[in-house]
Design a protein around this ligand. Sequence first.
Ligand SMILES: Cc1ncc(COP(=O)(O)O)c(C=O)c1O
Length: 397
Amino acid sequence: MSVTFSRAERVDAMQSSSTMAATQAAARLRAAGHDVVDLGAGEPDFTTPENIREAAKRALDSGKTKYTPAAGTAELKNAIIGYIERETGTKYEPSQVIVSAGGKQVLFNGITTLINPADEVIIPAPYWVTFPEIVTFCGGKSVFVDTESNGFQLTAKMVADAVTPKTKLIIVNSPSNPSGRIMAPEEFRAVAELVAERGLWMISDECYYRFTYPPYQPLSAASLPAELRERVLISGSFSKTYAMTGWRIGYALAHRDWVTEMSKVQSHSTSNPTSFAQWGAVEAAQGDQSSIDGMLAEYQKRRDWLIPALNEIPGVSCAMPEGAFYAFPSIKGVLAKASVKTDSEFSDLLLNEAHVVVTPGSAFGMPGYLRISYANSLEAIQRGVDRMRQVIEKVTR
Ligand SMILES: Cc1ncc(COP(=O)(O)O)c(C=O)c1O
């Protein structure tokens, strides 16, 4: 007898994560013995720095293996507060901080505690895939603001034009996954002013905050004046900054009532993030920060090779990313001439014929583009681009 599962309506429109699907496709090909070049994963190829690993080992050995407060330990909250104060000069209170299982859980808690059915959420496109999925889960409506004509640079005017009486939240992500763009500081502030004026709320996803390339400077909502900060939830993560993706530690800094509601949800879902991972994160926030400079220098070296190489391929054009570790080239010039007509078809072809994993731009609400992660060795990136060039030559011949 076969049973049909009757899923809840709230997950009807939810899609599986396309970036995770790309990673799984790469794993399948690798298991089948193929030499796969993975430029799909949004995951640092570095090992978590030793001081952080040692701190977690010490925590394990000293029995820090029990439940902690659901919203995170006092020690980690204080370490995060100290880190943000050193970075931005702003001191948050422990009641304004929650530690969660990665930035993803922060965003899930943050959006589910704010959005009612039919509320509108403004999301600049291209966007990180998870934002609209959580909004959909809440029964909310994502209102996308297309930034392509402005080189993926969001302006307050674009946001103002999208506001309706139903708007409740705007989500910004700078540096952006996938475009690598950093918001202009004056536009960032103008968006926060608009949010305050209209009584809206804002989520600033700052998980790539430390990965900005000179001359660009890290930009955080924590540096905004207090009256603007009040309506902004900062979503931070240890995943990318300290190469700690598997540890699952992220945090929010927000209005204390928002944090209270998020803590309530978390206390009935996952409870605390893993106890000894939190102790590793204490060391990450308080200890030697020089590993970040080393990783950033390496990303920059790869970026500086990758972008000119992409621009040399006929039909491909790519702006220089200002932060994060993604290139976001347009392949519209290729698709216009090729036997494949969409970015998804092209990505599939690249995967199946050349065993190179990239993510189609349409997954980020921007068809005609590809997201290429350079969180992989320069040698792998060079092999990947070489194979991509060959596939493009073949399909446009
Ligand atoms: C823009 C953005 N926000 C949040 C996250 C979540 O990261 P984590 O849950 O590992 O902290 C990611 C991960 O790819 C991301 O790219």
